[in-house]
Design a protein around this ligand. Structure first.
Ligand code: FES
Length: 152
């Protein structure tokens, strides 16, 4: 890029930033969602919690239903796992397979995950369940986006 191009890019950047800023702001505002769950109500048993996320996609706004399995792990930390199976996207359930009562089970192709969300080797899923970003405020749980599991 010549000097002219470099200068043009420099002049363009502030304008681009200005143009996309409102979209970024809207996303940031809806980042963490109150899922109407108190920390005191969370046990070591994963509970399925459904909640709505307000999404803005250009001019189109919608409320999208999402779900999380929320529980305390062995260390007492609160965990929120996405129930979306990493094989083909079915919804996993907790403890529904009598042979594996302490695991997440996907009924579509018998996918299995340990309680920490890690996929059981030899079953169809090739990655652990996603983990939600989380914030605890005033004794309540707020969730953000599902992110790749730290053990992925
Ligand atoms: S979609 Fe879950 S095992 Fe296939």
């Amino acid at each position: 890029m010549g000097t002219g191009g470099f200068m043009a890019a420099g002049m363009l950047m502030p304008m681009v930033r200005f143009a996309i800023d409102p979209i970024l702001k809207t996303e940031a505002a809806s980042d963490m969602v109150d899922i109407d769950m108190k920390v005191d109500d969370i046990t070591t048993e994963p509970q399925m919690k459904k909640f709505k996320v307000h999404q803005v996609d250009g001019w189109y706004e919608s409320d999208v239903e999402q779900a999380a399995f929320v529980f305390k792990n062995d260390k007492g930390d609160i965990v929120a796992l996405s129930p979306v199976c990493k094989h083909l996207g079915c919804t996993v359930d907790w403890g529904t397979n009598p042979a594996y009562p302490d695991e997440f089970f996907c009924p579509c192709h018998a996918g299995r995950y340990y309680k920490d969300g890690v996929n059981v080797e030899g079953t169809p899923p090739l990655a652990p369940l996603d983990v939600y970003e989380m914030d605890i405020k005033d004794g309540k749980v707020f969730l953000g986006k599902p992110m790749p599991h730290p053990k992925a």
